[in-house]
Design a protein around this ligand. Sequence first.
Ligand SMILES: [Zn+2]
Length: 105
Amino acid sequence: MNEKLKPCPFCGGEADAMYTYSVADCKFYIVKCLQCGIETPFKHTEEEAIKTWNTRTLTEDQKRAEEVMQILRESDIALSKYDFKSVVELAERLRKLKESQEAKS
Ligand SMILES: [Zn+2]
């Protein structure tokens, strides 16, 4: 690894890691947070994956999910390291549902 990885932009997790997948002769690189499981899209080089990770910003859905996670952390609900990803998916679904309802009215 020739470039330093920034902390996770979503959960601040320090345990970021490189993973490589091989499909036939093709190699793919991603950077993944070991704490919340968020990962970059597949990239063809390690440098590209690192660059993508280091320049990531939160989408609206991810910001909303982060707010929900903060509320959950303040309550006594136990969170697993994969929950953030699930909450992001939930936020995306709720937004799509809202959009389709607005389209109907
Ligand atoms: Zn994370």
